[in-house]
Write a protein of this length. Sequence first.
Length: 352
Amino acid sequence: MSEPNHITRNNHYVPRFYLRLWSGNGNTIQVFNGVIKNAAMRGWRNRSIRGTACWSNFYTDTVDGQDDDKFERLLHDYEDATKRVIDKLNGPIVLDESDISTLVQFAIVQAVRTPSFMSFSQELIERTLQPALGEVVKTLEKELDDGSIFERGVALTKNVRPGIRSMLMNIEVDSQIPAVKAETCAGRHNYIAIALRIIEGKVGKLLKSCNWMLLKSPKMLLTSDNPVTFLHIHGGGKWSVGLAEGLINYPTLAYMPVTPHYVLFTRIGCSRQEMESVVLGEDLYRVIQKGTVFNARRYVYGRTQEPCVGAWRPQIVNPDAYDLLDEERINWHQSNAGLEEGFSYLPGFDAL
């Protein structure tokens, strides 16, 4: 079969329309690279938006031996709806609740479409999916022992036509031993499947149920290659960012700068009345800026070159780390196609 000719291969994990909001000319943006190859690369650089926050075939799934970009097309639907809302911020029209809901949905989607979340999904597979597979194996072994598995057939071992939400794994039943073997891989397809389960599942519903506010900033906001921040307050002046610590274990701020002048903001678990009393003053502004910098996987973006970024998070000069990050991006499509070859799709498995 010939490959479809409409595949979008230059995938921007932060949309270009969003990056242009931080551009002075619509074509370039100020970029601070957290991992550099040598000292000559220190400081901010003016970069083309076309080549910023992009990764070749980052979302290109391989289905039945052909490349598929369903996830990329799904992302475009969310982007189109968000563009219309952000356009209102530049005019006299006041945003209504449906507009805020559109921005919240965009933020949820943006949180899972980045290399940062891809890395988190790989950790999640090791921490959550592998133990869950162990429980599946125990259940199947029990059914194998008592013979009930043969009453319903061994459908789990068959290669079904995959859906974008199907997890990629192999479950093999050997009735002669008897034994059950289960395995999965931390590749691109399972990353996409986990991202969709976050968007459409309990995590997405929790975030949509929060009381979000659009706060106007007194000064210019930064953004990054991982622009949705979950900032956990530990007390005693200590805090952390990311999804690894969950969303309800600590008081958690969730936010995304939607333009250099506005930030979509909530504190998980707070009432609407509590949120309506929030004012984006100097202290909260500093927390948001610093959280944005530390939440970045590698790149911080700004309308202007902000010296505070390098002061808070000095650039790491490491040629080996720099080359490894580049190799990961360059080899992404080929390495994932090889990694996932031979695995089957299990639409009914939901470990998250």
